[in-house]
Design a protein around this ligand. Structure first.
Ligand code: A2P
Length: 269
């Protein structure tokens, strides 16, 4: 297929699959030598499937969860029981082939933010994926003194992927090499849960509005002069968090016009 059309997806091999809950799983793919992207971007992923009696590629946007320097490509997906793609994708095994688009894009990139001191990464559910990429990118720690990653899920079990990715970032050999073995102290992880008991309970928006969040954040509440933010979650979460950022005096940026915060809704839902 790729031979005929230079824009057609390439076919990549599945290197690993890990199921986290009955609703989420992660997988890794081979990375073509020519595939370039910026940490935080997304790409189309898919499988051949039948739609209206025709076999054709079924593609959906996925944030790349590995950093731009990595040899392989990582992804984190939900499983939608009747989802045209995820109902098939959740059954992939090591050695299977997955279609990978050729044009990564997205707004959750360092270049879309003005320089600052603290970088807030607000995520819910699989919206943490682009931040798994960014928290392993040296550029983030060159640009910001502290990185504060919040991850809110309905249940405690759904937080596991985030704990693993934060651990991986704090122990990343490349980052430890560049910034020293204690650099992980600059990466703060604030998990919260909404539908079970947990140390920090509630939606991230509610925790900001009540002020409860700031007791867990080094340096306290958001200051528009020095703080920058990225937001990735469901449509509702993205819009509510964006509105809060605006009340704190942060203005939205884009790749062509950097600002103080950027948003992207988590895709497959
Ligand atoms: P809640 O349990 O109160 O709905 P989902 O799986 O629906 O995407 O939700 C993932 C997490 O995001 C849940 O903890 C959910 O809280 C939270 N959430 C959903 N909508 C919003 C919103 N508008 N603002 C902030 N958090 C939200």
């Amino acid at each position: 297929m790729a031979k005929d059309n230079p824009n057609a997806p390439t076919s990549e091999e599945v290197l690993a699959v890990k199921h986290f809950t009955d609703k989420t799983f992660s997988f890794s793919l081979t990375r073509p030598a020519s595939f370039r992207f910026r940490s935080g971007e997304f790409i189309m992923i898919g499988l051949m499937g039948e739609m209206k009696g025709r076999v054709k590629p079924i593609l959906r946007a996925y944030s790349i969860a590995s950093p731009s320097w990595d040899e392989k490509l990582d992804f984190y997906s939900i499983k939608v029981p009747d989802g045209p793609l995820t109902s098939m994708l959740q059954n992939i095994k090591v050695g299977d082939k997955v279609l990978l688009g050729r044009k990564p894009t997205g707004t959750l990139v360092c270049d879309a933010l003005l320089p600052g001191k603290r970088l807030f990464l607000f995520s819910t559910g699989t919206g943490i994926a682009p931040f798994a990429s960014l928290t392993r990118d040296p550029e983030v720690y060159e640009k910001f003194d502290q990185v504060i990653l919040t991850h809110t899920c309905r249940t405690v079990a759904e937080l596991k992927y985030g704990y693993e990715r934060v651990e991986a970032a704090r122990n990343d050999p490349l980052l430890c090499d560049i910034f020293g073995p204690d650099f992980g102290r600059r990466l703060f992880h604030i998990p919260t849960v909404t539908r079970e008991d947990f140390t920090l309970k509630g939606r991230i928006t509610d925790l900001m509005e009540s002020g409860e969040l700031w007791a867990h954040v080094p340096g306290g509440a958001i200051d528009p002069e020095h703080d920058r933010a990225m937001i990735c979650g469901s449509m509702g979460m993205t819009l509510d968090t964006k509105a809060l950022m605006e009340t704190y005096g942060l203005d939205e940026g884009s790749v062509s016009r950097p600002g103080k915060f950027v948003i992207e809704k988590a895709f497959v839902g």
